[in-house]
Design a protein around this ligand. Structure first.
Ligand code: TRP
Ligand code: ZN
Length: 875
């Protein structure tokens, strides 16, 4: 435990900074044992009528020199502690401050600040990493102009990059060289970046719609030179899309992306110099899956979109993180919807939201998209801030329409370009541009939790009206949300009925009900027959909607709903009902029998020739154990596993010939990156997974054939993940072969670890233990650590094994990571957040590990915050 526990910071305590930093001139001398950072800042007091101490942040820095207006300061003129440099008396007018500090990037395993990855230097400053590079007012509302000079050995570090434009360069006599960069745009410190190393450039260009030529550069380790083209194309697509959809153009003459192997998150939007996890840059058909290709395009777009939503207009303070992240995720989702398929993308995004974000809402770490307090900001880069934040932005668009949303965005940029602002400023721009009252909308920012809406429908045959009564369940101390609910009504033939509200004259097939009250009733007129309602179409709000339905009705919607999202949703609800009824049978020791209605509904999907392949593949995928567990008061670990396995096995058997037909029909399409070819691979691989559940010589042979003959990673990985669940020798042969083929490619080797961690066979935990000892396992590399351990912790039945051994292992790992990399440690310890949702025996086992962790003497703030909240909360 901590001698003094770390303190929380509150949103309500926000104060403007006492000083602004107008400019900073940085000078880095990169050396193998110490790196020297020389900084010269022009600092302006906010007010000139009082003197307040200047308090700069700085961590793990060794101060070597300090000058104010050119004068060296005596040690009694300032104080240095572990996290600050304080100068009690400074001039009341602008002054210059010069510091020289020493840092050791080569020892930095936390991967924040300046660190080394594969022998190259790189930085990660968001949220508060800049203070590990030099003393600074490290907060986003302090925006400065940066110039950066980098000096390093020319042989080892031929490439020296920073933000903005390269303005000067030269050579020194001792084998070192230097480059100076200048960024014309004032920016917060979290957007600073520096890269130095031996890197290959994959270049291109983009001509903006106003005719300016922008140089595009993707920088990678030389051996990866042939895996950059998709990233480059994605960047150009994103740039074009932002011009067309939002009228936003790029502002510098050069845009650089650097791929690094050691990275805590996905990527970082540093001004003009993005730093990326290599996973979201590198790809080639034989090394990357279709999902990898799609993720790369989405992350490249996300970081690019930040140039306006994040960089040009940034956050006033870190409580406002969703201002840039929710908005930018919404923008990248919209981009992908337009580049691929809107329905498929929506289903994928809702799956993430429901499995991760709804779960976070149920946990002790639950928080509003704009949190009220934090101990460690890095713990708030969450699915709530990002993905629920994106849903909230989507609500504006649903309420205001696409054009209204665009008007709001235009006003937002008009008002706030170059500023550090709040979520309230964004909401005001949306409201003012559309002359709409969005005051109730603030509840989406200040209330945590998933809203629940209960719906009842009544048909009046005499009046030919259909009424929906919607009621929000409002927890104590909270207020009603403003929720748009998209509704359609299906007639007996499966067609949408024209909708006409009692209060309107025009009619439509989908109508948006604006729920603002705790309870509201809407009535549709001229409804000729009792309809089947399709509710929350396209998932029009991030809520749980309760409406009780018979299985026949769900099967009907699954076959007919014109909204593809709700067609999928009906199938998922049907599967869920079937699984929970089987679970009750299993718990009562009754024999299991699959409802033929469900099996037939699946068969109809299998045989549907109209349905787009990717949607079909999604519709043939059952809800995960994790998602199902979330719907229970107490997660039935063994029961859910057994019953879900039974359903999959049964569907495989019932429709054996159809699975085989689908498999064969989609197997021999030659590789291409087109949507239709991707759909074929998705469909065929779903079929292969069902077939392989039968674990026969024939099905295994299919997987083996695909494994050895495929020319692309989608098919190879899919086949391998089928084979790891088979019980013969094929499994070991394939694993060895895959390892030998790919051991030199870390991103592919990550897949080798993951596939094994995902196996549903009972020896998975023992395999994970063994893999931890593998010479290619490395806890310091976040991708590798995640590929084995984060993936395993999502394998519900195997991770939550009754003996608690996996919990103990996870806690061991968390304690090791606590010293190496607190950000990753904190992510890993979060699996225990859900401990109170399990049975008493498992609760006790997880609580033991949490207690063991909190008693550790040198706990990072990151881990401390999560574990203390986990142990103290009641839910
Ligand atoms: N701003 C980054 C993004 O969303 C997030 C990010 C990247 C990050 N690396 C980080 C946040 C490290 C905290 C710490 O694109
Ligand atoms: Zn982002």
């Amino acid at each position: 435990m901590h001698p003094e526990n770390p303190q929380a910071i509150y949103r309500k305590d926000y104060h403007q900074p006492d000083f602004f930093i107008e400019s900073i001139d940085l000078h880095f001398s990169l050396d193998e044992d110490v790196t020297l950072v020389h900084s010269q800042m022009v600092i302006r007091p906010r007010t000139t009528n009082q003197t307040v101490p200047l308090v700069l942040q700085g961590e793990s820095l060794v101060l070597k020199n300090l000058k104010l207006n050119g004068q060296v300061l005596n040690t009694h003129d300032y104080q240095v502690d572990k996290i600050h440099l304080t100068i009690p008396t400074v001039p009341t007018q602008s002054f210059t401050l010069e510091t020289i500090v020493e840092i050791k990037p080569q020892e930095n395993t936390a991967l924040t600040g300046l660190y080394k990855s594969s022998g190259n230097y790189c930085t990660q400053c968001e949220a508060e990493g800049f203070r590990r590079i030099t003393y600074f007012l490290d907060r986003p509302d302090v925006m400065a102009r940066y110039t950066t000079t980098i000096v390093a050995d020319k042989n080892r570090y031929p490439v020296l990059l920073s933000n903005g434009n390269r303005v000067e360069y030269g050579e020194l006599t001792d084998g070192r060289h230097w480059v100076k960069w200048a960024d014309p745009f004032p920016k917060p410190s979290y957007l600073f970046a520096l890269v130095a190393g031996n890197l290959h450039c994959h270049g291109g260009k983009f001509v903006t719609r106003s005719g300016r030529e922008v140089r595009l550069e993707i920088w990678v380790e030389p051996q990866n030179h042939d895996q950059c083209e998709h990233a480059l194309q994605s960047l150009a697509k994103a740039m074009r899309w932002d011009e067309e959809r939002f009228g936003l153009e790029y502002d510098l003459d050069i845009y650089m992306i650097v791929a690094v192997s050691d990275f805590n998150m996905g990527a970082m939007e540093n001004k003009g110099l993005n730093v990326f996890n290599a996973k979201f840059v590198l790809c080639r058909p034989d090394t990357a899956t279709d999902d990898d290709y799609e993720n790369i395009e989405a992350v490249i777009a996300h970081e690019y979109f930040h140039n306006w939503t994040g960089n040009r207009v940034t956050c006033r303070d870190w409580f406002q993180l969703t201002l840039k992240e929710g908005l930018t995720v919404f923008r990248d989702q919209s981009f992908t919807e337009e580049m691929t398929s809107a329905a498929v993308k929506r289903i994928q995004d809702v799956r993430i939201l429901r499995t991760s974000q709804f779960a976070e809402d149920q946990s002790p770490m639950a928080h509003p998209i704009r949190p009220e307090s934090y101990i460690e900001m890095n713990n708030f880069y969450t699915v709530t801030v990002y993905n629920k934040g994106a849903e909230v932005i989507r609500l504006y668009q649903t309420l205001l329409g696409k054009d209204g949303f665009r008007r709001g965005m235009d006003l937002y940029f008009q008002r706030h370009d170059g500023q550090a602002v709040t979520c309230d400023d964004f909401r005001a721009a949306m409201a003012d541009a559309n002359k709409m009252d969005l005051s109730q909308f603030e509840r989406w920012y200040d209330q945590a939790g998933t809203p629940v809406v209960d719906v009842l429908g009544t048909y009046n045959a005499l009046e030919k009206t259909y009424s929906l009564t919607l009621r929000q369940q409002i927890p104590a101390n909270l207020q009603a949300w403003h929720i748009p609910i998209a509704v359609g009504l299906l007639g007996k033939n499966g067609q949408d009925l024209p909708l006409q509200l009692a209060t309107e004259t025009n009619s439509n097939r989908t109508c948006i009900i604006e729920l603002r009250e705790v309870e509201q009733t809407v009535t549709f007129v001229n409804i000729p027959e009792a309809p089947i309602p399709s509710l929350l179409r396209h998932f029009s709000a991030p809520i749980k909607l309760n409406f009780s339905r018979q299985r026949e009705e769900l099967a009907f919607l699954m076959a007919h709903d014109s909204d593809p999202f709700n067609r999928w949703e009906a199938g998922q609800q049907l599967a869920q009902q079937v699984i929970f009824d089987l679970l009750a049978d299993w718990q009562a020791d009754k024999p299991l029998q699959l409802d033929p209605l469900f099996s037939n509904a699946v068969l109809k999907i299998l045989q549907d020739t109209q349905l787009e392949g990717s949607i079909k593949a999604l519709m043939l995928t059952l809800p995960t154990e994790g998602f199902l567990g979330q719907q229970q008061a107490e997660v039935a670990v063994e029961g859910l596993f057994t019953v879900r396995q039974f359903v999959l096995q049964q569907l495989a058997q019932d429709h054996y010939t159809q699975w085989l037909t689908i498999y064969k029909a989609n197997h021999h399409t030659p590789y291409s990156n087109e949507a239709s070819a991707i759909a074929c691979r998705r469909l065929k691989n779903v079929a292969l997974h069902y077939l392989c559940r039968l674990d026969t010589a024939e099905t295994t042979a299919l997987a083996e054939q695909q494994f050895t003959q495929s020319d692309n990673m989608t098919d190879q990985q899919s086949a391998l993940s089928c084979l790891v669940n088979t019980t013969g020798t094929a499994k070991t042969i394939a694993l060895t072969r895959f390892y030998t083929q790919w051991k030199e490619n870390p991103l592919v080797l990550d897949k080798w670890f993951s596939v094994q961690a995902m196996s549903y066979l009972p020896d998975t935990f023992e395999n994970v233990q063994a893999l931890l000892q593998h010479s290619d396992f490395n806890l310091k590399n976040p991708n590798r650590a995640r590929s084995l351990l984060a993936v395993f912790s999502q394998n519900q039945a195997q991770f939550h094994r009754a003996d608690g051994l996996a919990y103990q292992l996870q806690a061991d790992i968390v304690l090791q990571l606590n010293t190496l990399n607190p950000q990753i440690a904190s992510r890993f310890v979060s699996v225990f957040n859900h401990w109170r949702r399990f049975d008493p025996a498992r609760q006790a086992l997880m609580q033991t590990q949490l207690t063991r962790i909190i008693q550790h003497p040198d706990l990072s703030k990151d881990v401390y915050e999560v574990v203390s909240k986990s142990l103290n909360a009641q839910n």
